[in-house]
Design a protein around this ligand. Structure first.
Ligand SMILES: [Zn+2]
Ligand SMILES: [Zn+2]
Length: 154
């Protein structure tokens, strides 16, 4: 992954286009049930970035539901072709997750981990070399929820 390069992508019909400024925070395969339902696949590949790194053209349709961590999760997708673009949440950190498959050249990134393995389907397959996490992976420290906000935190 050429981490500081600009990445370009968009939806299937081209109504929504975007550019991403590097560096990327993380690239993960997510196997959670919501990703399965939202994409109709076994897992989705997500690129974590700060919201300010995404430059969007077009107006995605959104769908919001409750996320695994208690906050809300909003999925942004093309209202015409249904192509998924990115996911945002209301947790601290102002970071979003872009669908790697919406890149014009998805080979420019490569997954570093697999998350929500507890929900992975039996027929899905992952690179044995990747670190795997039962739930969400430990986040980069600058997007971690402050200790005092955690149940039992101090
Ligand atoms: Zn579209
Ligand atoms: Zn997921």
């Amino acid at each position: 992954m050429k981490n500081d390069d600009r990445l370009e992508g968009g939806c299937l019909c081209g109504a929504i286009r975007y550019e991403i400024d590097g560096p990327l925070l993380f690239v993960s395969q997510c196997c959670c049930k919501d990703c399965q339902k939202a994409t109709g696949t076994g897992h989705t590949t997500i690129i974590g970035i700060h919201k300010s790194q995404l430059h969007l053209q077009g107006a995605p349709t959104t769908y919001t539901n409750a996320g695994d961590t208690g906050g809300t999760v909003t999925r942004h997708f093309c209202g015409t072709c249904g192509g998924r673009i990115f996911t945002s949440g209301d947790l601290p950190g102002e970071y979003i997750m872009v669908q790697a498959g919406s890149l014009d050249d998805p080979n420019r990134v490569s997954p570093e981990s697999v998350i929500y393995m507890k929900d992975a389907v039996a027929w899905d397959f992952f690179d044995p070399a990747l670190p795997k996490h039962e739930g969400m992976s430990p986040r980069p420290h600058h997007v971690t929820r402050p200790a005092e906000d955690r149940p039992g935190g101090q």
